[in-house]
Design a protein around this ligand. Structure first.
Ligand SMILES: [Zn+2]
Length: 212
């Protein structure tokens, strides 16, 4: 990671991947860090792990930065270009870290765990959801945060536009993670396609990348 000036600890396990996959991991990280800037430079380590089924990779915030865990089995199955996009997506998640302190983030994670386990029936709005809601409203979209959904409820026009962000799984993002996924995929969409192609992605990307 010389080019981005970031010193990251890489799990020796990565050397087990084919060379084109290793290159894809590095390229996705570098593009992500270059594009996101600021908070994304807090990447501490990239590690191979056994993750639960269907999880390719995950971004874990730490007190002094964040780590990215890769599913060992998925990394062998995904094609290099998919790996590159997945790595970029994970780095994009770090854009939301500048919105909260680590302590605030921990409190949000605790509430999210309680919500996902069913101990709480509603989820208090996260800083990220609040900001995205405000920005989309400001752009004329009809959206409102719903504690019952644990996410912003997108009105018709916003849903139509958001569903054109190809990998944003508007309907099947995990409960409580919908807005975080919208944020990461908006950033990736603008990075891949440029600004001016999707109004929802533009609004979210501009606020998270340039508004910090
Ligand atoms: Zn994600």
């Amino acid at each position: 990671m010389e080019r981005t000036g970031v010193s990251v600890e890489f799990d020796p396990w990565l050397k087990n991947l084919t060379t084109d996959r290793q290159v894809a991991v590095m390229s996705g990280l570098e593009h992500g860090i270059e594009f996101v800037g600021g908070p994304s430079s807090g990447l501490l380590a990239v590690r191979g792990r056994t993750l639960e089924n269907g999880v390719y990779v995950q971004n874990m915030r730490r007190e002094n930065g964040y780590t990215i865990d890769l599913s060992k089995s998925s990394m062998r199955q995904l094609k290099p270009n998919q790996i590159e996009q997945v790595m970029f997506h994970e780095v994009a998640h770090s854009a939301e870290y500048s919105l909260t302190s680590y302590r605030e983030h921990e409190a949000e994670v605790d509430r999210l765990i309680s919500f996902r386990s069913g101990r709480s029936t509603t989820l208090r709005e996260s800083r990220l959801s609040g900001i995205i809601e405000e920005e989309l409203c400001g752009a004329g979209y009809d959206v409102v945060y719903s504690g019952w959904y644990g996410s912003i409820y997108l009105g018709k026009t916003a849903m139509i536009d958001a569903s054109k962000i190809p990998s944003y799984a508007a309907h099947n993002a995990e409960k409580g993670f919908q807005d975080s996924e919208l944020a990461a995929e908006s950033i990736r969409f603008v990075a891949n396609n440029g600004a001016g192609k999707n109004a929802v992605a533009d609004v979210v990307e501009v606020r998270l990348i340039n508004g910090n």
